[in-house]
Design a protein around this ligand. Structure first.
Ligand SMILES: *[C@@H]1O[C@H](CO)[C@@H](O)[C@H](O)[C@H]1NC(C)=O
Ligand SMILES: *[C@@H]1O[C@H](CO)[C@@H](O)[C@H](O)[C@H]1NC(C)=O
Ligand SMILES: *[C@@H]1O[C@H](CO)[C@@H](O)[C@H](O)[C@H]1NC(C)=O
Ligand SMILES: *[C@@H]1O[C@H](CO)[C@@H](O)[C@H](O)[C@H]1NC(C)=O
Ligand SMILES: *[C@@H]1O[C@H](CO)[C@@H](O)[C@H](O)[C@H]1NC(C)=O
Ligand SMILES: *[C@@H]1O[C@H](CO)[C@@H](O)[C@H](O)[C@H]1NC(C)=O
Ligand SMILES: *[C@@H]1O[C@H](CO)[C@@H](O)[C@H](O)[C@H]1NC(C)=O
Length: 652
């Protein structure tokens, strides 16, 4: 045991030292989800169709005015202080297809010091630099550009390659028109880039005898010792698909003097001595445990600062205050326990609050903590659970919410599993309608009403809280993501998030959160509230119990949708109202995301300002990619103009 404890760090130290001298070699014959682990993808980039999509390819989602960057996760050592230089050969296949009559803007192979795509590098900047970095040594980026738009007067044409250093104004550019190669034709284009430490040479197409470009270039003068390699791209009002279909990279290793080995041995030796002299076991074991707990601290090194910077953040409490408020987290005050933590009732000042203490073991809980503080912390709406404060101290993460005496909606609407307890009275239809309308208002606010678009990603009955008058308040923003307006319309997740039964069919394929996936979950919620049933699983079976959407659609097809209404309501509801709500719920659960109404339309239907959307009698089959919309207005594209400015948020 002891031996392992000592040996592990020593081996790690040696491996670390070896990694410094190691070469970089990798091959992607295609890109699958598994490749993601080896790449750094900017927020607009993702893997789809077995290729890297450097900028979005999405049908429906906006492709215009985007920039993206995809890099290999581990850096490449380009040169050493001892004057040695590495060389590399890389081969990749590009596929660029214009989506507007003129293609826009281009793709580039880059070597860069910067993992992140520069802000403002869309349009003519190809994700390489932005107006501030252009021409500056700070940019520390070299690129071979594949330019498909003539974006400024000195630009050669709309079909050229260029060699760029810290700028998008190429030192050399060569048109491909003479070679009968058209970059944005949608054809696969093979490219080989070679660097031998002195010259950079580029071959395009099958002709490996005549390089398109070969130029003397001392990369060590512009780039740091270690750089990331990969691709960047952009679109403007003119758009194109910027795909990389395969990629191979072979980099040489820099052989430094033998002295390096001496250093490795010295390093390993000192680690060993250090460990022995500091009561190894205790220290190491402790660190090992500490590691997991602190992962969030690593991801957000200045967590407190980040929260405080996010404008009018909720109040920062001291751990002591919250301890006192909850009677030292007394069991008697426990309101509930979730996967990520325990919620206690407390008194702060003379106000009742709910305090969530994130479980120390839950890394996810801490991500949830950040999501909550930075999303709802800044939002105010009467149908959102209010976040009053937070605390991050001594590895404790706590959230303070307003206290809602009636608990969560699920306790009141489901008849098919939980026995109805005494306090969980059956909600009247009137109250149910008010709950549905409240949640619709909350979601419309998140999607269309605040400065940054927020996707909740986990709409379900147990996340709807009820105040003393049974007004609905949407809570639990642990999975929520903020989208900067106009920058992107969806959030790509690494993990599939949400709750089965509430997840739109396409989200299982794309892993992407959109306004439409929230609308789907809302539709399921509407059906549960009206039918008093749980949503069931992700099954294709048509029976009512196993999937509420399929079951109800079947009743709708037969013209007997009212049979779906919760029996416990004893028929006390207006038939037209019930029917309207059930059909609206089905419309939101349309398998084609483009055919789902927006939250704005949902609200209008609920108030009677808009007619019910057409819902086909036969449930359409799920198809991907989706068909263009049939009855939905294109609200995505007009949101920006319609937004009333929200003055309380304008301080950012
Ligand atoms: C895709 O790449 C994987 C390795 O990353 C390889 O095993 C597989 O054969 C490739 N598929 C095709 C169609 O090239
Ligand atoms: C790159 O390719 C050239 C020509 O095939 C070869 O001479 C050189 O050794 C290769 N460099 C690396 C780092 O593999
Ligand atoms: C970008 O930088 C280049 C120098 O690399 C300079 O010639 C050009 O004027 C700059 N363009 C803009 C718009 O700043
Ligand atoms: C490097 O490029 C120069 C032109 O810039 C050329 O004259 C020279 O032959 C090239 N050398 C090699 C090894 O390709
Ligand atoms: C390349 O640039 C580095 C850093 O500026 C310099 O030390 C080195 O001498 C240069 N090499 C050549 C061949 O010009
Ligand atoms: C791009 O579109 C926006 C809005 O439609 C317009 O204001 C802008 O002038 C356009 N830019 C270019 C370069 O065409
Ligand atoms: C492109 O997006 C940026 C920021 O996202 C914005 O400032 C700029 O005006 C947009 N340009 C066009 C042409 O829409």
């Amino acid at each position: 045991m002891r031996f392992h404890l000592v040996a592990a760090p020593v081996i790690l130290a040696v491996l670390w030292a070896l990694a410094l001298v190691q070469s970089l070699d990798f091959q992607f014959p295609n890109f699958t989800e598994a490749a993601r682990k080896q790449l750094i993808l900017s927020s607009n980039s993702y893997i789809a169709e077995k290729a890297i999509q450097v900028t979005p390819d999405s049908h429906g989602a906006s492709m215009a005015n985007m920039s993206g960057r995809v890099l290999y996760r581990w850096p490449f050592r380009l040169w050493s202080k001892g004057g040695k230089k590495a060389s590399f050969n890389t081969t990749f296949v590009l596929n660029i297809k214009n989506m507007t009559p003129s293609s826009g803007e281009g793709l580039a192979f880059i070597l860069t010091a910067d993992r992140d795509v520069p802000v403002g590098s869309e349009g003519q900047w190809l994700g390489i630099v932005n107006p501030t970095l252009n021409g500056s040594m700070e940019a520390r980026t070299a690129a071979v550009e594949f330019d498909t738009g003539k974006s400024f007067p000195d630009d050669l044409d709309d079909n050229h390659i260029g060699l760029d250093v810290n700028s998008v104004y190429s030192r050399t550019s060569v048109s491909l028109n003479g070679r009968n190669i058209y970059i944005s034709s949608g054809n696969d284009i093979k490219v080989v880039v070679r660097y031998d430490g002195k010259n950079l040479t580029v071959f395009v197409g099958e002709d490996m005898d005549n390089p398109v470009l070969s130029e003397h270039l001392n990369l060590s003068s512009y780039l740091p010792e270690a750089v990331y390699v990969g691709f960047s791209g952009s679109t403007s009002n003119n758009t194109q698909l910027n795909c990389v279909k395969s990629w191979e990279f072979i980099g040489s290793e820099i052989k430094d003097s033998k002295l390096r080995w001496v250093w490795i041995l010295v390093a390993a030796g000192s680690v060993l001595i250090l460990l022995i002299s500091t009561g190894i076991g205790a220290v190491f074991l402790h660190r090992k445990r500490g590691c997991k707990v602190d992962r969030l601290d690593d991801a957000y090194p200045n967590i407190d600062e980040a929260i405080l910077r996010s404008s009018i953040a909720p109040r920062n409490y001291k751990f002591k205050e919250l301890g006192k408020a909850t009677g030292n987290f007394n069991r008697k005050n426990k309101l509930g326990k979730g996967g990520f933590g325990t919620v206690y009732k407390g008194i702060l000042g003379n106000k009742e609050v709910a305090v969530k203490r994130v479980s120390k073991k839950s890394t996810q809980g801490k991500q949830e903590f950040m999501a909550e503080v930075t999303t709802i912390g800044n939002l105010h709406h009467r149908n959102l659970v209010k976040l009053i404060g937070w605390c991050h101290e001594r590895r404790e993460y706590l959230l303070v919410y307003e206290y809602l005496p009636n608990g969560s909606l699920d306790k009141y609407v489901f008849c098919d599993e939980k026995p109805v307890t005494q306090e969980a009275t059956v909600l009247s239809w009137e109250k149910r309608l008010s709950v549905i309308s409240g949640v619709a208002h909350a979601l419309d606010y998140l999607h269309n009403g605040c400065m940054k678009r927020v996707f909740h990603r986990d709409i379900k009955a147990s996340n709807i809280m009820l105040d003393s008058d049974f007004n609905a308040k949407l809570g639990d923003f642990g999975l929520a993501r903020t989208i900067i307006r106009n920058e992107q319309t969806h959030h790509s997740t690494k993990e599939l998030a949400g709750t089965p039964g509430y997840m739109a069919p396409e989200s299982i394929l794309t892993g992407r959160a959109t306004a439409e996936t929230d609308v789907y979950a809302f539709g399921v919620l509407v059906l549960e509230v009206a039918c008093g049933r749980k949503p069931g699983g992700q099954t294709e079976r048509d029976d009512y119990i196993s999937n509420i959407v399929h079951g109800l659609w079947e009743l709708y097809r037969r013209g007997t949708i009212l049979e779906g209404a919760d029996a416990r309501l004893d028929g006390i509801f207006k038939k037209e109202e019930m029917e309207r709500v059930l059909i609206l719920g089905l419309a939101c659960c349309h398998p084609n995301p483009n055919d789902r109404p927006s939250m704005k339309t949902v609200l209008e239907v609920l108030t009677g300002e808009a007619p019910l959307p057409d819902v086909p009698a036969e449930r359409p089959v799920f198809m991907w990619p989706p068909k263009p919309p049939s009855f939905k207005e294109w609200d995505n594209s007009i949101i920006g103009d319609q937004l009333p400015p929200i003055s309380e948020l304008a301080g950012r």
